[in-house]
Design a binder for this molecule. Structure first.
Ligand SMILES: NC(=O)c1ccc[n+]([C@@H]2O[C@H](COP(=O)([O-])OP(=O)(O)OC[C@H]3O[C@@H](n4cnc5c(N)ncnc54)[C@H](OP(=O)(O)O)[C@@H]3O)[C@@H](O)[C@H]2O)c1
Length: 401
């Protein structure tokens, strides 16, 4: 915990840490109290040094709240959009301090207080203005962080293809694995041509544990620094109407294959003291999903193993993350036998994963998916399950319900 906190605080200078903590205090404690609890008659808000009172102040408070929430998040992540807006907002505070003290305190005392407080905030505004390069700083490439080679399972379609493209773009050579060799050949030529990297193709049917073991063996001589456990599939329908063999295969591909590959490839990463492992989970792993029950259970498995390893391996130089996509453009729905609209582009999902890798144990792609999963945390389990069942009914063929 203490090394995690140190990592977080090392991302910016001490005075920016102070601004981040102050923004968090305003966003989580003061502004909600000010807006929701404080009586209207006592409400006060200052903008550009002008004091607003009563309902006029109440109306502007959500804006203050939003600004501090954005500030806390922006400093936390050191987002590029913080420049110049953090400096501009703090300059506004400096101006407001000066004007407010002169207008509402008055006299020589008010002038001096305005000068002191306005001056302090003006200095902060200047420091923020001069800190542009600290926001949105480009991180080292995947190759520089993890090594020469990556293994992507499920690289013949959908999210796996985009994983391979993003990894190759960052200069890593790729081992591509799936069952459909023609697809892998096509992707390999594209990556070699576009990014000048090396590729290796290993076909494997991950329903068979021996294939997963063979795959791990086929890459043991490479400097493998990144393992993407992405292969997986869903299967829509009532449990008693589903084919038992296919259910078992789903557990093999979605759960057992990542266990086999991770346990076999991790020791070398630990020896080298660097590496990264991605588990592709799903937002379905955050809650029960009737008519997709076993699938959601396999994805809960991926979430928990990934988040646990994130903590266990932190001090060994290994980054672990579980990516939790919502509905994403791929062949998933066709394979699962679902009938639903396609979702966000697979490339966006992969970008969210690599943005978060090394920073957090799991990431839900897309704000709407994140929002939905937050709601399900606060609703009773029965309500969550029954709502999900209604949603799934619309997507599942009648004969499978
Ligand atoms: N798309 C979504 O809406 C969504 C949402 C949340 C999570 N996910 C997760 O994202 C991951 C990728 O899925 P996707 O959406 O990209 O689906 P996809 O387009 O169907 O791709 C699935 C990949 O997994 C491979 N695969 C399936 N069964 C396999 C087996 N027995 N052995 C080896 N490889 C196998 C497929 O390759 P071959 O068929 O060539 O073997 C393919 O490359 C999965 O883990 C899925 O659960 C997807």
């Amino acid at each position: 915990m203490s090394s995690w906190w140190k990592d977080v605080m090392d991302r910016r200078p001490w005075w920016m840490n102070g601004l981040m903590l102050f923004s968090a205090f305003m966003a989580f404690i003061y502004c909600p109290w000010d807006w929701l609890m404080r009586p209207v008659a006592e409400a006060e808000d200052v903008w550009f040094g002008i004091l607003f009172r009563g309902s006029l102040a109440k109306i502007t408070e959500p804006l203050h709240w939003a600004i501090y929430a954005a500030g806390a998040y922006g400093f936390w992540r050191m987002k590029a959009w913080m420049w110049p807006w953090a400096a501009v907002y703090v300059a506004q505070v400096a101006f407001a301090m000066f004007v407010w003290n002169i207008a509402y305190v008055g006299g020589f005392g008010g002038f001096m207080a305005g000068l002191a407080s306005g001056g302090a905030f003006a200095a902060l505004a200047v420091a923020l203005w001069n800190s542009q390069e600290q926001f949105g700083r480009r991180r080292a490439s995947l190759k520089d962080r993890y090594g020469d080679w990556a293994l992507v399972t499920g690289a013949s379609a959908g999210i796996g293809v985009e994983f391979a493209r993003a990894i190759a773009r960052d200069g890593m050579s790729c081992v591509l694995s799936a069952r459909r060799k023609d697809r892998l050949d096509e992707l390999a030529s594209e990556l070699e041509q576009n990014y000048g990297i090396e590729t290796k193709i290993v076909t494997a049917d991950l329903t068979n544990p021996d294939d997963a073991k063979q795959l791990a063996k086929a890459v043991e001589d490479l400097d493998l620094g990144l393992l993407v456990n992405n292969a997986g599939f869903g299967y829509a329908g009532r449990f008693d109407k589903q084919d038992g063999d296919r259910l078992e295969q789903m557990v093999q591909v979605n759960c057992m294959a990542p266990v086999i590959l991770t346990s076999r490839l991790l020791p070398k990463m630990i020896e080298r003291n660097r590496g990264a492992i991605v588990f592709t989970g799903s937002v379905a792993g955050r809650q029960p999903v009737p008519l997709h029950g076993l699938y959601s259970a396999t994805k809960a498995f991926d979430l928990f193993i990934g988040e646990s390893l994130w903590a266990e391996l932190r001090d060994d130089g290994i980054d672990v993350i579980t990516l939790e996509p919502g509905p994403t453009e791929s062949e998933f729905t066709a394979v699962a036998g679902e009938d639903r609209e396609v979702g966000e582009p697979a490339a966006n999902v992969v970008a969210a994963c690599f943005e978060a890798l090394g920073r957090q144990p799991s990431v839900i792609s897309g704000w709407f998916n994140w929002f939905r999963s937050c709601i399900s945390r606060f609703t009773p389990r029965s309500t969550t399950a029954l709502i999900a069942q209604e949603v799934m009914r619309k997507q599942t063929p009648p004969e499978m319900q």
